[in-house]
Ligand binder design. Structure first.
Ligand code: SF4
Length: 313
């Protein structure tokens, strides 16, 4: 893949997005979080609105989560807003209000997964880490003529081609190519700057093969209440529905987490559902021995993450 050609193409064709015109780390972070589940046009509108009200990360930390939610109205996936607010508070408390610069540190913050950590670290701080998103996966599948590349295949491809001297520009160039030229339905191969190395050019519409079972992604908050003896409070789940009859800490899609400490995020796959669970902890409740009740594997992972059991599958 001709990296110089792609970078030159990107320089000529990149869209003048607000976070490219004002590339502050906070502006870049906001854009990456918004665009996870919001279309570009809408993302730009909300980005402008949020940045006007919260020009700095500290200004968001000083506001209430309700202020953030109010501005978020209509953008959907409100847990992003809650986690962003939690992130702003954590960055003020742990880093004096300055967003940490490395992939590893960013990954520990609320709401930041591998993609967002790589995007912010590379674009805002020039750390040489490769981003992998749907655009990169599609470009990779077509360049390599692979119908079903695994996540590892795509990551290896992205790592191998990363331009170490310009990681932010390179990552954006790859994603912009996927968004503007190597599009899902109608790729414009005759305008592609890397068509010479494309092994799938004769059948791009077949690559990558669409996934047959589409999983629904559902985001949850889970609060683990830990009593004075270090035991977690657990409830038996209803006899119907998800994890019916098993025990676990309180978990719901809209659980209020005020006053709780963010511990981490767990991605858990079920047959037709992807669960993204933000795990929080707090002090209190009436704990029980977690090994004395039946737990789902997700609940074991949650309790393992919080550190009240060792058994993490
Ligand atoms: S030649 Fe076509 S299929 Fe190949 S990377 Fe370029 S746009 Fe995509």
């Amino acid at each position: 893949m001709n990296q110089e050609a792609l970078l030159a193409w990107y320089e000529r064709n990149k869209r003048p997005l607000p976070w490219r015109l004002d590339p502050s780390p906070w502006s870049i972070l906001l854009s990456e979080i918004l665009l996870q589940q919001t279309q570009m046009e809408r993302g730009i509108e909300y980005h402008e609105r949020l940045l006007k009200r919260f020009p700095t990360l500290s200004s968001m930390a000083e506001s209430s989560v309700d202020d953030v939610l109010l501005l978020w109205q209509g953008a959907g996936y409100y847990s992003r807003a809650r986690r962003l607010h939690a992130l702003s508070i954590e960055v003020v408390e742990a880093y004096g209000g300055v967003l940490p610069k490395t992939y590893e540190e960013l990954l520990k913050l609320p709401g930041i997964g591998p993609y967002t950590a790589a995007a912010v670290a590379s674009i805002a701080f020039s750390e040489p880490v490769a981003c992998v998103d749907g655009n990169v996966r599609r470009v990779m599948a077509r360049q390599s003529n692979q119908e079903e590349p695994t996540a590892n295949d795509v990551q290896r491809f992205a790592d191998k081609h990363l331009v170490i001297d310009s990681p932010g520009e390179w990552n954006q160039a790859m994603m912009e190519l996927g968004a503007l030229v190597c599009k899902p339905r109608n790729p414009i191969c005759d305008q592609c700057p890397v068509s010479e190395t494309c092994n799938g050019r004769t059948r791009p519409h077949e690559l990558p093969r669409p996934k047959t079972t589409k999983k629904t992604t559902v985001e949850y908050n889970c609060i683990v209440r830990i009593d004075e003896n270090g035991a977690p409070e657990l409830q038996q789940r209803p006899q119907t529905g998800l994890f019916a009859g098993l025990w676990g800490p309180e978990m719901a899609t809209d659980l209020e987490t005020n006053g709780c400490e963010f511990v981490g995020t767990i991605r858990h796959l079920l047959s037709h559902r992807e669960m993204i669970v933000s795990v929080w902890k707090t002090v209190g409740g009436n704990g029980i021995d977690p090994l004395s009740v039946a737990l789902s594997s997700l609940d074991r992972r949650i309790l393992g993450l919080v550190g009240v059991i060792d058994d993490v599958p």
